[in-house]
Ligand binder design. Structure first.
Ligand code: SF4
Ligand code: SF4
Length: 257
């Protein structure tokens, strides 16, 4: 697949955000007085996968080890700038007000960071004219050919890995221990921004002793998922619509039995 692309500066991708941030970017986002959530997903991890299982290696690189009851588990925690409507940094002329400091994910869009997700123009906010053939080449035979974007994606993946210990510690410090089941959705936690900033600072301080990781709880909107996890020793809870759970459950599909 060949894709040509040029940004039209329509600003659509700067609305209704859930932007994954590195730890450094989360500090800057919070210090500007804007919102950051922690989005968590987890998956059972009974044994290390073979080295040639590239999808598992990708999950492993982005996750930290934990326990859920007696079940070995890995947890992905994403710091996410979350805003309904326009990004707080978007200017009336649709230019970015922090262009030189904008997060990596903003520099990479509309390319995909996840190597297992194919870039699909119709899944992106960009208008059709941004994908007109003859514009600068982005993909050739399905491969990203823009060297700058490629380097930014590498940087983003490295940050995912380098930030893991800090994110694990931040979750422990804030008492965050509930995650959606991987591929079913996310649990979005919304800590007080001042508490999150303090936890990020403490966790980033190398002299801070690592807090013991808590036992994590899987959360699902499917009873069958909860039952299956509990049957193998995990902690699991069913999340029901409008129940006061203290987090937002972002399911990929409707609740079922
Ligand atoms: S930081 Fe800038 S580029 Fe990123 S979403 Fe906000 S306005 Fe858009
Ligand atoms: S939605 Fe696409 S075309 Fe519009 S500003 Fe964002 S990257 Fe550019």
């Amino acid at each position: 697949m060949d894709i040509d692309f040029e940004c039209t500066m329509c600003g659509k991708c700067c609305h209704d955000l859930r932007l994954p941030l590195t730890v450094k970017e989360a500090f800057a986002w919070l210090e500007r007085g804007d919102n950051v959530q922690i989005m968590c997903e987890a998956l059972p991890w009974l044994e290390e996968p073979p080295a040639d299982n590239l999808q598992a290696a990708h999950k492993r690189r982005r996750s930290f080890a934990a326990m859920s009851g007696s079940l070995p588990t890995r947890v992905v925690a994403i710091l996410a700038a979350t805003h309904a409507g326009p990004c707080p940094n978007l200017q009336p002329d649709m230019r970015c007000g922090i262009y030189e400091q904008r997060p990596l994910v903003c520099r990479i869009y509309p390319a995909e960071i996840n190597p297992f997700i194919e870039l699909t123009p119709t899944h992106k906010a960009c208008p059709p004219e941004a994908w007109t053939p003859g514009l600068p080449p982005l993909l050739r035979a399905g491969k990203l050919i823009d060297a700058d974007t490629f380097a930014l994606i590498q940087q983003s993946r490295e940050s995912d890995e380098n930030d893991l210990a800090i994110k694990q510690q931040v979750c422990a410090l804030l008492g965050i221990d509930q995650a959606a089941v991987s591929n079913e959705g996310f649990v979005a936690h919304s800590p007080d921004p001042i508490d999150l900033l303090a936890a990020l600072l403490l966790a980033s301080n190398e002299r801070t002793a690592l807090t013991q990781p808590p036992t994590w709880r899987f959360v699902s909107n499917r009873q069958t998922t909860v039952d299956a996890l509990v049957s193998v020793g995990a902690l699991g809870s069913l999340v029901e619509a409008n129940s006061p759970v203290g987090f937002e459950y972002l399911g990929f599909s409707a609740a079922s039995e």
